[in-house]
Ligand binder design. Structure first.
Ligand SMILES: [Zn+2]
Length: 323
């Protein structure tokens, strides 16, 4: 893409991603982040851990950024270069590169000064810019049309389904789980729980999500926001996401007491499946929710997938995962 107005696709980031994928002719995921960056005329430089290896001389000027494991894009005339750490998980590298590609393809990001590290950002406009770039990254990784079709084909709400999608799209499990819930036509939610003792007053709610780089809130009004007061419980909700048909938000900071099956699962470090009253999650009295939960590496967290038996599965056409 070259100019701004001749490439105008409207205000939704998705449209720009779809156009790029179409222009490049990529159809089957997982899409190669380097091929896409190259098609946009962007060079990618992956740098080694600067605390373990000397940085190449041409990166000296960027050392402060590198020490923070930052990914950033530099513009030189018409050319762009992405610098990104090579010493993180491959799925994270993919997300980082696609995030920068997002900045490159959204015309209104052109000329903006963006720092791809949300805690440094002040002001709604810059936060929105970062969220849009994350959203583009998610769309490059898991184009919504195909992803939603896969959800329908799988026709089940479970970690096993999410695992299949994670592998198909080559993303982190958490990214696949977030996208699975956000694009799900059924009634489901994803809740991340972490120890209250890990509370970090410096850490914003945005950053909690950004840790796995799936801050996907553009055009998604259903991603948490309202917060409970800090809790005395040993565990608390760090964030939650719901499908459009899930009745209400599960609040951030909601305490999980030692009586909860989630506490038991967290202590044992083992996944469990079961049923829980919606009231226990701060929701209004309704039908019990089914759940599947499992520990997930970072910050000793527990991931919970919740769903309600859906009586309106009129869209379902059972079938295998599309090849
Ligand atoms: Zn950014």
């Amino acid at each position: 893409m070259k100019g701004i107005f001749e490439n105008w696709q409207g205000k939704w980031p998705d449209a720009y991603v779809i156009k790029v994928l179409k222009d490049v002719g990529l159809k089957e995921p997982p899409f190669d982040e380097l091929v896409i960056a190259d098609s946009l005329g962007i060079k990618v430089i992956q740098y080694p851990d600067p605390t373990k290896e000397p940085v190449p001389y041409h990166l000296n000027a960027a050392l402060p950024w590198l020490l923070e494991s930052g990914t950033f894009m530099k513009k030189e005339g018409d050319k762009r270069i992405i610098f990104t750490p090579a010493f993180v998980a491959p799925t994270k590298i993919r997300m980082n590169i696609f995030h920068e590609c997002g900045h490159a393809i959204l015309p209104w990001h052109d000329g903006q000064c963006y720092l791809c590290k949300e805690k440094d950002l002040e002001g709604k406009a810059q936060k929105l810019i970062e969220r849009e770039a994350f959203f583009c990254a998610a769309s490059f990784l898991m184009p919504r049309g195909q992803f939603t079709k896969n959800i329908l084909d799988l026709n089940v709400t479970s970690f096993a389904a999410i695992q299949m999608l994670k592998e198909r799209y080559y993303v982190s499990f958490e990214a696949a789980a977030n996208w699975f819930v956000q694009n799900n036509p059924g009634i489901c939610a994803l809740v991340m729980i972490e120890p209250t003792s890990l509370d970090d007053p410096e850490m914003s709610e945005v950053e909690v999500i950004a840790e796995d780089q799936t801050s996907l809130k553009v055009g998604q009004p259903d991603v948490f926001y309202n917060c409970e007061e800090p809790t005395e419980s040993p565990l608390k909700v760090s964030y939650s996401i719901r499908s459009r048909r899930f009745p209400d938000r599960i609040k951030r900071n909601l305490g999980i007491s030692t009586d909860s099956p989630f506490y038991t699962a967290w202590v044992s470090g083992k996944g469990i499946i079961g049923e829980i009253s919606a009231i226990e999650l701060g929701l209004f009295d309704r039908a019990p929710l089914r759940y599947e939960c499992r520990p997930i590496g970072f910050r000793q967290r527990l991931m919970i997938l919740l769903w309600e038996e859906d009586k309106q599965q009129f869209w379902i056409q059972p079938g295998p995962l599309a090849a």
